[in-house]
Design a protein around this ligand. Structure first.
Ligand SMILES: Cc1cc2nc3c(=O)[nH]c(=O)nc-3n(C[C@H](O)[C@H](O)[C@H](O)COP(=O)(O)OP(=O)(O)OC[C@H]3O[C@@H](n4cnc5c(N)ncnc54)[C@H](O)[C@@H]3O)c2cc1C
Length: 405
């Protein structure tokens, strides 16, 4: 399908954001909300239906069960933002009240090694103020009788500010209010990034429709296409698209209580949607990088791999009917599975906002706020995000996040 293109109103902007999904929208909105920023912002989005954006394929859940403290703090800000969205958005009465459906994430360990990881993670999380509890197999069975826990050594769950939230509503309101405050969104594609003669700054971007747009700062918010965008600026970033499959199913006999977002030791995960409907996710044994436009569903995976695991863990799920299924892309940071943010060392006005490796939706408030702070002040204010700097890759200083789903 040929994409439409819209021409921007101006030929120069203070900030050009490449990609208008959750990260681009968050950055644009936080710029409009930063009192010392009064520049012009253009968001260029190649497909404003967002049909294939990770943002549209997400599970839309948040958790505080991470191994890196900074990731816990980032999700705590997400929880605060979501629960107080109207007040963050200036008390606008049109903004809905949102909440978090805190059914918790239940990590299950079937080896001593992974049980030790859960214990170590819990210490980090509790120190950061998260309410994570460890549970023995007997405790899990007593609280959630529907699980089979014969092989389980330990579980870990947090029932405070951990579960489903309406990412779509936050996304819509960020776009709506930032447009009202003067941000321009166009449907177009950045096809070239033009540097100065010394190669030290980005001067402009070229759009698919031919316009050359001068810019003060460029933000790479292009999700799984992050590496293709960076390459236009002569930079490599270790981010690639990895397929993640989702299934929505209806249970013949719904569970009698909320199902936490359960991460089976196999990696298959499943959660409550309400009304006897559940949502499951997983991927194949091989997990190669795929083409940017490859969203083909693996129709055999459910029967051969996912359903048997699910029905073993929760025998009541032997009788279910799949209602819909889709393939989406994680923007996988193959270096350390964490965000890559901030400027490039040799191209100071090119900012990364990439590599969220499956936990970006919940990171969007903190990362958009941080990027807006960096553009305005040349540094982070509310939460120090410098550990996620691009420089760590060249310096081979990974921030390992062990809780990747
Ligand atoms: C199955 C699945 C489940 C997930 N579950 C969760 C979850 O429960 N919780 C969580 O926190 N995260 C989850 N995530 C991850 C989360 O959805 C992503 O991290 C987040 O949506 C990333 O947002 P983004 O804006 O960076 O990327 P995207 O949403 O992919 O947006 C990038 C945008 O950039 C545009 N673009 C690319 N190149 C160009 C160009 N050259 N010019 C113009 N536009 C361009 C694209 O069209 C796209 O709209 C999940 C992801 C998947 C796939």
């Amino acid at each position: 399908m040929a994409l439409k293109t819209q021409a921007p109103q101006h030929s120069a902007y203070d900030v050009v954001i490449i990609g208008g999904a959750i990260m681009g929208a968050s950055t644009a909105w936080f710029l409009t909300d930063t009192k010392d920023f009064d520049g012009k912002v253009l968001v260029v989005e190649r497909d404003s239906s967002y049909a294939n954006a990770s943002t549209s394929h997400t599970n839309s859940c948040m958790r505080q069960q991470f191994s890196a403290e900074l990731n816990v703090r980032i999700s705590q800000f997400a929880a605060d933002f979501v629960k107080n969205i109207r007040s963050y958005m200036g008390g606008d009465p049109r903004v809905p009240d949102l909440s978090i459906r805190s059914f918790g994430y239940m990590y299950l360990a079937d080896t001593d090694g992974f049980a030790d990881v859960l214990r170590a993670n819990q210490q980090v999380q509790r120190a950061a103020g998260a309410a994570t509890q460890l549970m023995t197999a007997a405790q899990i069975k007593a609280a959630y009788p529907f699980y089979c826990v014969d092989d389980i050594i330990l579980g870990s769950i947090n029932l405070v500010d951990e579960g489903f939230w309406d990412g779509g509503a936050v996304f819509d309101w960020w776009r709506r209010q930032s447009r009202e405050r003067g941000v321009e969104y166009v449907e177009n594609e950045v096809v070239a990034i033009n540097r100065n003669a010394a190669g030290t700054r980005v001067d402009s971007v070229t759009l698919k429709s031919g316009e050359v747009i001068a810019c003060g700062t460029v933000v790479n918010a292009s999700g799984p296409r992050a590496a293709a965008t960076a390459r236009m600026a002569g930079i490599e970033v270790p981010v690639e698209p990895r397929k993640r499959y989702s299934w929505i199913f209806k249970a013949d006999k719904p569970l009698d209580r909320d199902l936490p977002l359960t991460i089976d030791p196999s990696g298959v995960h499943v959660r409550e949607n309400g009304g006897g409907i559940y949502q499951c996710g997983g991927h194949g044994d091989l997990d190669p990088a795929v083409d940017y436009d490859d969203f083909t569903m693996d129709h055999g995976l459910w029967e051969s791999h996912v359903w048997p695991i699910l029905a073993t863990r929760i025998p009541q799920f032997e009788a279910i009917k799949v209602q819909s299924e889709w393939a989406g892309h994680y923007a996988m940071n193959t270096f350390d599975h964490n965000a890559i943010m901030g400027p490039h060392s040799r191209l100071a006005n090119f900012l990364f906002l990439n590599g969220f490796s499956g936990h970006g939706l919940q990171q969007s408030p903190a990362m958009g706020r941080g990027t807006a702070e960096w553009i305005t002040y040349g540094g982070y204010r509310a939460l120090d995000l410098t550990p996620f700097n691009y420089d760590r890759i060249a310096a081979n200083r990974p921030i390992i996040e062990r809780a990747i789903i």
